[in-house]
Structures are given as C-alpha cells and as structure tokens.
Design a protein around this ligand. Sequence first.
Ligand code: ADP
Ligand code: MG
Length: 340
Amino acid sequence: MTTGPLGRDHPLALLRSRVRHALDSHGGLVLITGEAGIGKTTLVSEAVGEARRQGAPVLAGACWESDNAPGHWPWVQVLRGLRRAAGPGRWAEALEAAGPGPELLLDGTGGAGGSTGGPPMDGFALHDSVTTALVTVSRHHPLVVVLEDLHRADPDSLRLLEFAARHTWFERVLLIGTYRDVEAELPDHPLRPLLTALPAAAGTTITLGGLEPADTGALITRVHGRTPAPGVVAEVHRRTGGNPFFIEETARLWGAGAPSGAIAPGVREAIRRRLDLLPPEVTELLGRAAVVGREFRPALLAAICDRTPGEVERLLDRAGAARLITTGADPTEAPPPPGT
Ligand SMILES: Nc1ncnc2c1ncn2[C@@H]1O[C@H](COP(=O)(O)OP(=O)(O)O)[C@@H](O)[C@H]1O
Ligand SMILES: [Mg+2]
C-alpha cells in the first residue's frame, strides 16, 4: 500500500521545488490555503522532509487563539528553534547583527499586545531585527520556517511575516504559511485585511481542494484495510467533498459497521465550527435549505422563510463566501438561444 499524501503530486512538486531553491539560493514565502482537514499540514510535513534530510533546520510555530498567548507567539516558537539550531556561537553572532529584537520576543517583552504593555521597539525595528537574525543564521545553513494556522495569528505576527517575506527572497530562508482561506475571507474576520494582503508578498500560493474519487477510494482502503465497493466510494466522496479528514473519519465509522452515509463526530464538529462563524440568520436559512434538499432555488427558499428575494440573496452570498454552498445553473431555465 502507498504511504504519503494521495492526489497531491502537483502541489507537492511545487512545494518541494521551492524547498530545493531555498536550500540553494532563493527563499521568500509560500502560502498553503484550504479548509480545515484538507491536508495543509500533511503537505508541508511531506515537503519539508527533504530539507531535514539535507540538514536544514525546520523551525515551526503554530498560531494559537488565546488571550494569554504572548504577542508574536508563533515567532517566539520559531526563535526558540533558531536559537537551538544555531548553537551558542552562531546565536551570539546573529544577535550582534540583529540587535535586541529576538531576545525581546523570547523574554516576552517585545510583542505589541504582550502582557507588559507597550513594545520597547517599534514594529519596523523589531521586524527588521528578527528577519536579520534569520538571515544571519541562514548564511551558515539554509532555514525553513513553517507558520501554521495563520487565521489564528495575532496581527503583529502577520505583519512580521509580510516583512520577512519581502526581505528573504534573495536569501536561503523559506517561509511557509498555512491558513484556512474559507475562514480568513469571511467579511468580519478580524485578520482579513492582513491575510488577504499576504499572497501579494508570497511567490506562490497553493490552494488545496478535495481529493478526486479515485484517491478517496485509496484513502478509505488505507484507513480501513479493505477495498470499498464503488458505490461506497461515490457516496463518501459526495458527502465529504474529498476532504481527507472527513474521508478518514467516515471510513473509520463505516469500518465500525455504520452506514456509509453516517456522519462521524469529528466531521460534525468541523462543520459546526464553520457554521458558528456565520451570523444566525444565515445558519437558519441554510437549515431550511437543507430540508429542501442538496439543491434548492433561492425563490423557493424566500417563500418558505417569508423573506424577500433580495434578503435571501444577501444571506446566501454570505454562505457562498464561506464556501458552504455553490451556485449552479437553474435547471428549470431554458438555455439562451444560440448566438446571443
Ligand atoms: N493527501 C492526503 N492523502 C491522505 N491523507 C491525507 C491527505 N491530506 C490529509 N490527509 C489526512 O487528513 C487529515 C487532516 O490533514 P491535515 O494535514 O491535518 O489537514 P489541515 O492541516 O488542512 O487541517 C490527517 O489525518 C491526514 O493524515
Ligand atoms: Mg493543519
């Protein structure tokens, strides 16, 4: 049986080639986006394996949604990794070139929004200092920095990432950021302006979609140890949209004897989380729409919900932006005559 990510040959080749470039000469930023469970972490782990095998440190930081997390928290984790990887001599050399920024972050006094009040360095100086530390160490060995789940970052961490992205293009520092685009692009997401600006600073953005039916079948086989019937694969693919986490959870449930259409608790939780991000009027409308069926017409929904078509359209736009629904052609409408 194969191991490693299924159905990701192209994005994997792209990311590996950016890693190889960084080991050699050029770094910068690569973004990996997609909904929860789509395989962002899996893809990055696979691709950075090559950097590790070649002795390049992989410095990882995960963003954490908490009022107690110190400012610049993902960068604090990266700097801890950098200090370890550099060793005392090279760390001292990096600090000499960079100034106090890294240590201010490491001792918890440098982050705007940190617990100790105002930052002792302004944003630009701090960002320049941290970037210089990375670049200085990278002169000895290339670095791969992975920042996971940027949709949960503090704003200053994103500003630092954008700064570092724009200043490492000609250095052996590759920055890889992952985030859930479906959440970050919601109109009221607080990080939306900062996150939507990031792709402009990135050389490459890789957006992951669902697996194809053949890979869905292969993943069910991998989880379950038995090849599923084609009908089961088609049903699981239709219900999960090819999301690997959803497929795994569904296959486990199916393996335990539940029907292929049963909803696994992990899937229910993930969908609830996505619905919770929407205003209640939108979720209520989606609940009504789900009763109509997998496909529904907005006009019918407006009649059922006692809302104007305009209101329904506005609420459905929100659900569309969260990629919970898609718009298709109305099968009851005649196609336009040829030549129009
Ligand atoms: N391409 C893939 N092939 C097989 N399994 C995958 C693939 N991508 C993700 N998975 C599995 O799906 C689950 C969720 O993947 P993960 O990388 O954590 O998603 P994300 O980081 O986007 O939330 C993991 O258990 C992982 O092993
Ligand atoms: Mg992840």
